[in-house]
Design a protein around this ligand. Structure first.
Ligand code: TNX
Length: 511
């Protein structure tokens, strides 16, 4: 049969595959450990994928890989077809409890001329390993070794494990709304670089973006506007579930944020009893911050918040709920603390872990709440004192909405100009003296005052978000700008294939 002929032929052909160096591949984020063995595995029309038996999650990961191989190479790689004895050129994706690497997302990849073996403790580890494998498939096939194309994957062993448990990005869909399709595309790219979290900033002064069935005017009125007088929009709960489900297929957790007690103008226009700033509320399409607040002393306000958190929690499988808490400049300090304490309790009642911007640390929270550091060292110190975990998002380094330089078409620069190298050259492990044991991970927020469509989103997010993936995943010893910059340059074919309108920074020698 063809298959028998193929295995015999392959043995011969293996000798002729070009020499390779797995350690010099353009992998991002850089894996923990790579040992190169110099040969090649031939990915071709005879390759098949087998996943751990009776494990639906692993089979899905295998199908995901097959689908991505199809888009990159046009090969139809079968998953879990009936086993052919002595078949060569197989990719095995195995669940294995024996990995000494304890972490959830750890994986090992053994690539030999005969097979690729991907071992992991969990399906999330398998999924991360699959991203590595995708990155190892060359852009071009070799068409001279046989009468069919062969994509040579370098042989060797990769042992990998993330430094940080949380590696996220945030998308502000409130200042400008982005569609389900836009969010899915963003997820596709984040997943390729092993991100595991996407924080959605679902409400702000300029818009309310998530359907709440018990409070329909939030989206009817509050969802009608955007910055600059554009048309607004919102996710129905079905839309949101679709995003959550798509993210889950990519082993990415969605973190919903309802920002309060400030940044709440859109909610208060919809239901004026919520308003606590003493002024008449109107729809707002500007970009000022810090002028709105909920009334923190009304029971009805907490009943409203309870409904909102209950409805969103019910469709959020992830463990977190973000309650904002930033820039509440017109809320009295004592009212702010009273408010945040109460809202933290509501979040816990719905079995979620509360996250807030670093100001949350000024409330009476304990070590179970998480602070997202964006600039205040004082708040960060307070969080550490309380034993809280911290998510690192320093505006001067990690804000994707900061302009690259004075020529940038989009973005702000209140915190800094952040060129591609500045975004990469810092240590989240050591920043502002926050102890490593308190750091849950890193998140790169993309605020959307200055961007209103996916092209503009991509201009600000890429390539910087690619560097942040390495800051979250790779060890300090494995990070080096000169080395990274070459690997980054080689992301261009992938980004182009994905039609990502990244900013072609002149500091990178793009391929
Ligand atoms: C500050 S950072 C904000 C946002 C703005 C952003 C613009 C933070 C927690 N709040 O409301 O969109 O700056 O860079």
């Amino acid at each position: 049969t063809t298959i028998v002929a193929c295995t015999a032929e392959k043995k011969k052909r293996a000798l002729n595959l070009p020499t390779t160096d797995l350690a010099k591949e353009n992998l991002v984020p850089m894996p923990m450990k790579i040992i190169a063995t110099g040969n090649g595995f031939a990915l071709d029309q005879f390759t098949a994928i087998y996943t751990s038996p009776n494990n639906g999650e692993y089979e899905e990961v295998g199908k995901f890989l097959a689908e991505k191989i199809k888009t990159k190479t046009d090969l139809d790689v079968q998953v879990n077809v009936e086993e052919i004895p002595n078949r060569e050129g197989v990719i095995y994706i195995n669940q294995s409890n024996s990995l000494e690497l304890g972490a959830q997302e750890a994986y090992q990849l053994y690539i030999t001329p005969d097979s690729v073996i991907l071992n992991s403790n969990s399906a999330s580890g398998a999924f991360r390993g699959v991203q590595t494998l995708r990155q190892l498939i060359p852009e071009m096939s070799n068409d001279t070794l046989a009468d069919y194309p062969i994509w040579t994957i370098p042989t060797g062993k990769i042992t990998d494990n993330p430094v940080f448990e949380y590696r996220g990005s945030m998308l502000d869909v409130a200042r400008h709304f982005f569609s389900v399709a836009d969010v899915k595309k963003y997820i596709d790219i984040l997943a390729y670089y092993k991100y595991n979290g996407l924080h959605l900033h679902l409400s702000d002064d300029q818009g309310w973006r998530i359907e709440i069935k018990s409070w329909p005017k939030l989206t009817e009125i509050g969802g009608s506007t955007e910055v600059g007088g554009e048309s607004g929009g919102y996710f129905t709960q079905e839309d949101y579930k679709e995003i959550v489900g798509y993210a889950a297929q990519h082993y990415i957790t969605i973190i919903p944020e309802i920002d309060m007690p400030g940044h709440t103008n859109a909610a208060s226009v919809s239901y004026p009893f919520l308003n606590g700033n003493g002024k008449k509320v109107e729809l707002y399409e500007g970009t000022n911050v810090g002028f709105s607040t909920f009334d923190t002393r009304k029971d009805t306000v907490y009943a409203f918040i309870d409904d909102v958190i209950r409805e969103i929690s019910a469709i959020t499988p992830g463990p977190y709920f973000h309650i904002g808490g930033d820039e509440s400049h017109v809320t009295e300090k004592k009212d702010y603390i009273y408010f945040m304490d109460k809202v933290v309790e509501i979040v816990k009642k719905y079995n979620k872990t509360p996250i807030g911007w670093d100001e949350l640390a000024t409330a009476n929270v304990d070590s179970t709440a998480i602070a997202q550091f964006w600039g205040s060292k004082e708040n960060a110190d307070m969080a550490v004192e309380k034993g809280m975990k911290v998510i690192m998002s320093p505006a001067k380094k990690a804000y994707l909405d900061m302009q690259y330089d004075t020529l940038s078409k989009h973005g702000l620069h209140w915190a800094a100009y952040i060129p591609v190298d500045t975004a990469y050259i810092w240590n989240p492990e050591k920043y502002e003296g926050i102890p490593l044991k308190n750091i849950l991970g890193i998140e790169a927020p993309l605020w959307s005052e200055t961007i209103s469509n996916i092209d503009e989103l991509e201009y600000l997010a890429f390539p910087r978000a690619i560097g942040f993936s390495e800051l979250g995943w790779s060890t300090e010893e494995n990070r080096d700008w000169e080395n990274f910059k070459v690997r980054l340059a080689n992301q261009a074919p992938y980004l182009d294939r994905m039609n990502v309108k990244y900013y072609p920074s002149p500091r990178i020698d793009w391929k």
